[in-house]
Design a protein around this ligand. Structure first.
Ligand code: G3P
Length: 338
């Protein structure tokens, strides 16, 4: 009898332990975040900082798993999966302008003078104006906005004059904003995915393209296109998005932790932006790449092209790109210039 009681006690303790562990696990809220960039790039850094911060703030109530480098599929797929709720979160940028035109304005050409201007403007109201109405149309909530870097030209041959610019065949993302801006610059823009840049340069289909420094180094593009011209014509901004139904299923306290972690992650990436560029420039130069500033005439040429491109947002007849509050967004951004 004594042996039976002891055995029952041990069994009871084991079952109890299992039940506690089981209920603790059931209480853990799991978040999967998908992104497209490589491990050391700002997008992935931002996702990881968010995950770590949320786990810390919630003392393990949330468990966050980060899937960079298109591990959960290409951008279109993981955006669709986040909208469906198959995964809870993702990082992306102007791709979501398919649901809300204004999101393309995240990457308005020639809008910001430098990172400091952009950070003041984005956090000072520009982002709120761009994001207004997005959740209702997409089923996604935007938690923050952080920089991947300013886009610069990378080319096989040096680009030193407007005539050189006008001769270029350049890869551009397949986004109306980008194809229009290239056209306005006089560039022969070839829309294709970033992943096709290497083969397109090798086959001579393009002379180069434009990307933030973090992309130029992560794919070692400088090995094929060693001339980097620091035009800085578009600041690429990405955001963390969360499925709105999932977000609404959280308690107010949990939502507050998610928001705090996202704000913290964005602030950290803004802090890192200049350092990311400096490290990339060092790597490019160490590998015989040449980093040069554009001439004043070239800059002015691109500024004028950008202003003409802005019409996409201002013109009510451009149905797929028109943004009713575009002028307010331009004015707000300008108000943060030094
Ligand atoms: O956010 C969209 C845009 O920045 C895409 O650029 O060069 O990564 O295709 P890319």
């Amino acid at each position: 009898m004594k042996r039976f009681v002891a055995a029952s006690l041990v069994m009871g303790l084991m079952l109890g332990a299992t039940a506690v562990a089981g209920s603790a696990d059931a209480a853990t809220i799991k978040i999967k975040i998908a992104g497209m960039k490589a491990d050391k790039e700002p997008e992935t850094i931002g996702m990881k900082i968010f995950g770590k911060k949320l786990e810390e703030l919630s003392k393990g109530e949330f468990e966050v798993k980060v899937y960079p480098n298109s591990m959960l599929g290409k951008e279109d797929k993981y955006i669709a999966d986040t909208r469906k709720g198959t995964i809870q979160m993702c990082a992306t940028g102007t791709q979501v302008s398919a649901f809300h035109n204004a999101m393309a304005m995240l990457e308005t050409p020639m809008l910001y003078d430098d990172y400091d201007h952009a950070e003041r403007a984005i956090n000072g109201g520009v982002f709120d104006l761009i994001n207004d109405g997005f959740t209702e149309k997409s089923g996604l909530r935007t938690l923050n906005a952080f920089p991947l870097g300013f886009r610069h030209f990378y080319t096989k041959n040096p680009v030193t004059s407007i005539d050189d610019v006008k001769k270029l065949k350049m890869r551009v993302p397949n986004i109306t904003l980008y194809t229009t801006f290239a056209k306005e610059c006089g560039i022969n823009g070839q829309a294709m995915p970033f992943a096709e840049v290497h083969s397109a340069v090798e086959s001579g289909a393009i002379d180069g393209g434009d990307s933030p420094f973090s992309d130029i180094t992560s794919k070692k593009i400088y090995e094929l296109c060693p001339n980097i011209t620091t035009t800085g014509h578009i600041l690429v901004l990405h955001c963390l998005f969360i499925n709105e139904k999932f977000y609404q299923s959280l308690t107010k306290e949990q939502q507050a932790m998610v928001n705090e972690a996202a704000q913290y992650a964005a602030a950290e990436v803004w802090k890192l932006a200049k350092q990311v560029d400096e490290e990339a420039i060092k790597e490019i130069k160490e590998n015989k790449g040449i980093v040069s500033a554009p001439t004043d005439a070239m800059k002015q040429h691109m500024q004028e092209a950008a202003k003409r491109t802005w019409q996409l947002f201002l013109d009510p007849k451009s149905e797929k790109t028109y943004v009713p509050n575009a002028q307010a967004i331009f004015d707000k951004a300008a108000s943060f210039k030094k």
